[in-house]
Design a protein around this ligand. Sequence first.
Ligand code: FMN
Length: 365
Amino acid sequence: MVEQGNRWRPPGREWPLVSTLIYRSQAATPIAATGLERLLTRAKARNRRLGVTGMLLYSDNQFFQWLEGPPEGVTQIWDSIRQDPRHGHIELIDHHTRSLRLFGDWDMKFVSREAPLAALSDQGHAHKELHPGLIGLMAQLALDGDAAAIVDGLEELLVIGQDFLALHGSLIEPAARLLGDWWCEDRIGAVEIAIALSYLQSAVRRIGATQSDAGPMREAGGDILIATAPGETHGLGAALVGDVFRRSGWRVAREFPADAGALCAELRGGRFDALCLCLSDVIDRAEQIGPLTSLIRAARAASANPALVVMAGGRLFRTQPDLAPFIGADAVYSGAADALSRTLSSMGRPQTPPRLRAGRAPTLH
Ligand SMILES: Cc1cc2nc3c(=O)[nH]c(=O)nc-3n(C[C@H](O)[C@H](O)[C@H](O)COP(=O)(O)O)c2cc1C
């Protein structure tokens, strides 16, 4: 999905590498709307000339800017920006080179405090398909630990009509995968990922607490045990899957088993219709195929319900969706919504998508 952002190119020219530079700064004095307009008009014209795209956020006298384009163009603009007396306390957050743009169609999108994320999901993009830049912004906010901005952003998207559960698949899971891409590119470390994921997870929990379940869906459920695979440190995927099942009327038990024995004890003690084993949504855990296969065999043998439906999910299964029979699962899923529909079809049940009551989310702050 992110690759769709890489669409702006001067005719007949390919850019194999895009330099991305992200910084924040403080306005020297509060900037009035006309001052901002002047700044942006000139910036856009120069950015267009140099092939630079990106986003500028201004709120509470703070700037946050994302610049991307040919390395020499970005450097040239960055040299000017650093010397600009209109702001100070300039903090470079990140500067790296990669092969795609997130804001390819904007010479410099201005985003205000009042509606930062909603502005990024505006015209030109199908309602359900969020702008890839938004996914990048969400990932960056999670890395920055900006919990309030993540919650505010999700709220805005709900206000403009996005569905909360749909955002799991269109924004939160892709942001987690983008963090995984950044890890693969050596831009961030394992600890940063873990912290960023916890910010995403806690924002989803906070927003989720303000959303009511749709009553009529209650009968559709069953009992499911949702467990992270033993040793898996990324729990975001399991949390999102749990959210989707719970809101669809399922009784959800969550488990973070230390080993196969702990998981089997749980399955022996309770009568579950389904077991969902979650690997990381962020990183492709290919080395887990063997252990997961043994785990599923042991889980089936231990289950008090011989007809237990076993699901497995995580980033690994997005790239290898045909793995289910090899690991002994009934199905594998690629995201939280997919987990529900595949579980229902494995159980031979009709599928009705989960719904939430429409309406404005209450303000959290
Ligand atoms: C917060 C902030 C963001 C800016 N962003 C850009 C930008 O994206 N592109 C740009 O050409 N100038 C931008 N400018 C303006 C530059 O700092 C500079 O004034 C302008 O590029 C003219 O540069 P020059 O005087 O070196 O020719 C920005 C200025 C500020 C304060």
